[in-house]
Design a protein around this ligand. Structure first.
Ligand SMILES: [Zn+2]
Length: 209
């Protein structure tokens, strides 16, 4: 499964473990990925239990905000990454092919699908078909891409995460590098809003001085 340090993918990992799946985690580090996010992904993988955790570094892959002078990307959100999920899920499919896995799990919620075309059903249906066409091994293992949170809003994900015991204290939502969340960036503000809307106390906020 694709594991970032965020709440969505940590929730997916916990759901998969709860349902009895053995899991391998793939974390992708791109230009500007906070080391704290990678550390969070490692900690979550260890805590929840994965057979193997692979880190792939793609330092030339950048968010739109870090791509200077691209007129073609003028109207996309700053966190947009060109062909992000085609790249990420192809790497995950390669990992699955190598290990003989039949499922890839990703943590996209309904809020993501409103913003990013490559988190929607039609994109994943086409990608799944392309991956199966490209690999008789994946076809034999019946590879499917699962997105268990796809119909949930972020506050609904937070409520579920709290109810199934996701180690929320290990998750990372900040877009900036640092030892602690800044509580000022979009990632931090979105996290705070989601916890407030869900009526869940954030273990990170409660630790804040
Ligand atoms: Zn922040």
């Amino acid at each position: 499964m694709l594991l970032s340090g965020g709440i969505d993918s940590a929730t997916c990992l916990c759901l998969a473990r709860r349902d009895g799946y053995s899991t391998r985690a793939l974390t992708i580090e791109i230009h500007g990925t906070s080391p704290s996010e990678v550390r969070a992904a490692r900690s979550i993988g260890r805590r929840v239990g994965v057979l193997e955790h692979r880190l792939v570094r793609l330092p030339d892959l950048r968010e739109a905000a870090d791509i200077a002078g691209s007129r073609a990307l003028k109207s996309v959100p700053p966190t947009f990454i060109p062909m992000k999920n085609a790249v990420y899920y192809s790497l995950a499919a390669g990992f699955a092919e190598e290990k003989g896995s039949g499922l890839i799990i990703g943590g996209h919620n309904a809020d993501d699908a409103r913003v990013f075309d490559d988190t929607r059903d039609d994109f994943f249906a086409g990608l799944e078909k392309a991956l199966l066409t490209g690999s008789p091994r994946l076809k034999r293992s019946g590879l499917r891409i699962l997105r268990p949170l796809k119909q949930m809003s972020k506050p609904e994900v937070v409520a579920m995460a709290a109810s199934i015991g996701v180690p929320l204290e290990l998750t990372w939502s900040c877009h900036r590098a640092g030892e602690a969340h800044c509580w000022r960036c979009d990632g931090c503000r979105g996290r705070a809003a989601a916890f407030a809307a869900a009526g869940v106390e954030d273990p990170l906020t409660s630790k804040k001085v």
